[in-house]
Design a protein around this ligand. Structure first.
Ligand SMILES: *Cc1c(COP(=O)(O)O)cnc(C)c1O
Length: 421
């Protein structure tokens, strides 16, 4: 469920007409709904009720500080995967003891930044990284709380580019080596081993891979405890999928996911952390774009939009589907027609949808890409010297630009010309 609905024939974000935002900020842009963000966070928080837990929003999904602050004020922690994300979370007012640091290649500088500013835990992904965190902690005279990310060798049954839990993936340590690696960690005085971490992939549409992974984590918890480790926190990663089409796919609900966590891990008396990103932000955001031209091709019509692959790369990168709807609601019974919906970038990959049925559209009409809140704005680039598009946050009948569109001068002046030219 989201808060982007038609009213009297016009698409709204909560109580604000999309066309009003478009008139104020120009197109293309991203727009997020506060109510939807909060609702999705609350679903997870409620799903773990009765268990000591923290929902750490995976901020790489959508990292604008206004979004972070909205969620943090509701009680969310943050999962960060870089020093930049760590600093951004801090800038949004999140305290260090609610930030977990994930990622397969943390640098010395990033580790130092987090240990200096305060950190809930590092999710360690390799023994070399463990050694470095230990060294930096000793240098700073602190003890770094850590979990080790284990790779449970589970098929997440999702797109290959976002599956992370198979043994051939770069993530975590093989679960079979956990004993050895935990013993190593326990021998390092700059580290305090507090738990286990696992994250098997993104856009999972079934519970079964989670069940397989969490069952292995439960067994590992008992084994490591028997070996003398004080395992008291389990970080279960993110990955629960969202419906990208209204029509048919219905991934498991957070409440079902929460029940599975309690079933597989509830007897261990551990604090639970989860790191959902996509499910919190994905359906809380739209990308709004304008039709520039309608071009008749050989046997097909193209809708050429002002938004492009550099603004929303998911279709080009993951063959992802986004529902695309007209901002002006089509009259009931109006006949639809197939369009190839494309952006202006000079690549055939800049195609959002092929032969997609849409109401007849004309230059100047607005369209909305649904489910664009996660892995949308954060993955945008300035390819073709196209400015990063603005982000707008709606709250009831108010809206605010939470990131401005840069001017061409700002973009161009970032280059510096060497003396010899
Ligand atoms: C990407 C990622 C997440 C979030 O995944 P979603 O599919 O967006 O829920 C959580 N944890 C880690 C370690 C990640 O890399």
């Amino acid at each position: 469920m989201d808060h982007f609905l038609y009213r009297d024939g016009a698409l709204y974000a909560e109580d604000v007409p999309i066309s009003e935002i478009a008139a104020a900020v120009g197109t293309p842009f991203y727009v997020y709904s506060t109510a939807t963000l909060l609702r999705h966070f609350q679903l997870f928080d409620d799903a773990l009720e009765g268990t000591e837990h923290l929902v750490c929003y995976a901020m790489k999904a959508a990292s604008n500080q206004a979004i972070l602050k909205t969620l943090a004020q509701a009680g969310a922690g943050m999962d960060v995967v870089s020093g930049g994300e760590y600093l951004r979370a801090k800038a949004a007012g999140v305290s260090g003891d609610k930030i977990v640091f994930s990622g397969v290649g943390k640098t010395v500088d990033e580790i130092r930044t987090a240990l200096t500013g305060g950190i809930r835990q590092f999710n360690v992904e390799s023994e070399p990284e463990m050694e470095v965190i230990n060294a930096v902690a000793l240098e700073l005279g602190v003890v770094a709380p850590i979990t080790v990310r284990v790779n449970p060798d589970v098929d997440a049954k999702t797109h290959a580019k976002i599956a992370t839990g198979k043994s051939e993936n770069k993530f975590g340590i093989p679960i079979a080596r956990a004993s050895e690696v935990y013993a190593h960690a326990a021998s390092l005085p700059g580290l305090e081993v507090i738990g286990i971490d696992v994250h098997i992939g993104s856009q999972l549409t079934e519970l079964e891979p989670f069940e397989l992974a969490y069952t292995k984590v439960a067994e590992l918890t008992e084994q490591l405890r028997a070996e003398g480790h004080n395992i008291r926190r389990l970080d279960l990663g993110g990955g629960l999928g969202i419906p990208y089409t209204r029509a048919n796919d219905a991934p498991p609900l957070p409440v079902e996911y929460g029940a599975l966590i309690k079933k597989t891990l509830g007897h261990l008396d551990c604090e639970i952390e989860i790191e959902p990103g996509r499910l919190i932000a994905g359906n809380a955001g739209l990308m709004i774009s304008k039709v520039i031209y309608v071009k008749s091709g050989e046997g097909r019509d193209f809708l050429i939009l002002d938004g492009a692959m550099n603004d929303l790369i998911r279709p080009a990168m993951y063959e992802a589907h986004h529902d695309i709807v007209a901002v002006q609601e089509p009259a009931p019974g109006l006949e639809q027609q197939p369009y190839d919906i494309v952006g202006p970038v000079c690549e055939t990959g800049d195609t959002f949808a092929k032969q997609r049925n849409m109401p007849p559209l004309a230059p100047g009409d607005l369209v909305a890409f649904r489910s664009a809140g996660a892995y949308g704005a954060v993955m945008a680039s300035e390819y073709n010297t196209r400015p990063l598009i603005p982000e707008v946050l709606v709250h009831g009948d108010q809206f605010a630009v939470i990131r401005e569109r840069p001017s061409f001068d700002e973009i161009i002046n970032r280059d510096t010309i060497p003396e010899w030219l």
